[in-house]
Write a protein that binds this ligand. Structure first.
Ligand SMILES: Nc1nc(=O)c2c([nH]1)NC[C@@H]1CN(c3ccc(C(=O)N[C@@H](CCC(=O)O)C(=O)O)cc3)CN21
Ligand SMILES: CC(C)C(=O)C(=O)O
Ligand SMILES: [Mg+2]
Length: 277
């Protein structure tokens, strides 16, 4: 008897997406469609919709656990959600966030990445921070851990920043361009850019040799990511400017996820109203 929980829901015969596929997509100008997922059912939904990269985001602290920030999320939480998300995937590449203070030193980061890749089946780990994380990126990358460096708005710093706000305006733009370069030189295989002016998103992407995935970073990044509940209209309250609800027009979960992928691939999402200037 099969122990596969979703035998008919996954892209079981599709060739799995690899890091080199993502690099090729950047060089060929094919947009990379990414979404968060936190469990096997959503993972399977996204997989069959053609999502290229699934992120087990620490946003789960907000949208799954109901906290007002991502700060309370633990490594055990991320391991658990990564493992159950991996169970729903057949084709998509799996990336998992390192939670707050679980990568404060490069040694902590390696131990956390070990758990997320070993127990959590993550294929890449993502953590927040610019130049200050370059040593940690190098430490992991040299040891065979694929790394995505998350810059721009770093939600784990919300108590320092005083809120979730656009980053990289004015003089901060040059610092961010430099951070992206340093992180790539340290071995990052991907950059995630959150909540920055569209012009800065375009410039960082043009300068990067690795794929740049944007959320609120304008239309010119190599790919886009959103929190899955945001595209389904499941997130209550005030929505960030970059959020688009795909459920209203689509009517079913499968169609909403497929429409999101199609809109990212053909550049209809993000539209000007989703970008910051
Ligand atoms: N449901 C959900 N969606 C997300 O995209 C998300 C989470 N949760 N949790 C973790 C972080 C927090 N994020 C956020 C949250 C709020 C804004 C926001 O309200 N931004 C203002 C910017 C205002 C400004 O500085 O001009 C906006 O109007 O979009 C942005 C990113 C992104 N991530
Ligand atoms: C919003 C994305 C980029 C993220 O880091 C998360 O979901 O935690
Ligand atoms: Mg995150």
């Amino acid at each position: 008897m099969s122990t596969d929980p979703y035998p008919h829901l996954q892209q079981r015969d599709a060739r799995p997406v690899t890091l080199s596929d993502l690099a090729r997509m950047k060089s060929e100008g094919e947009k990379i469609a990414c979404l968060t997922a936190y469990d096997a059912s959503f993972a399977a939904l996204e997989d069959r919709a053609g999502v290229d990269v699934v992120l087990v985001g620490d946003s789960l602290g907000m949208v799954v656990q109901g906290h007002s920030s991502t700060v309370p999320v633990t490594v055990d939480d991320m391991v658990y959600h990564s493992r159950i998300t991996a169970a729903g995937l057949g084709r998509a590449f799996l990336m998992t966030d390192l939670p707050f203070l679980s990568y404060a030193t490069k040694h902590d980061a390696l131990a956390t990445a070990h758990r997320l890749m070993g127990e959590g089946a993550a294929q890449m780990v993502k953590f927040e921070g610019g130049e200050i994380q370059a040593d940690t990126v190098e430490h992991l990358s040299m040891r065979g851990v694929p790394v995505c460096a998350h810059i721009g708005l770093q939600p784990q710093l919300v108590h320092k920043l005083g809120g979730f706000r656009v980053q990289g305006r004015g003089d901060a733009a040059e610092t961010m361009i430099r951070d992206a370069k340093l992180l790539e030189e340290a071995g990052a295989d991907m950059i995630l850019l959150e909540c920055v002016p569209a012009a800065l998103g375009a410039e960082i992407t043009a300068n990067a040799g690795v794929p740049v995935i944007g959320i609120g970073a304008g239309p010119d990044t190599d790919g886009q990511i959103l929190v899955v509940y945001d595209i389904l209209g499941l997130s209550p309250g005030r929505k960030p400017r970059f959020v688009k609800n795909f459920m209203d027009d689509a009517g079913t979960l499968d169609a909403a996820a497929a429409d999101y992928v199609a809109a990212v691939k053909d550049g209809r999402y993000p539209a000007p109203e989703h970008a910051f200037s």
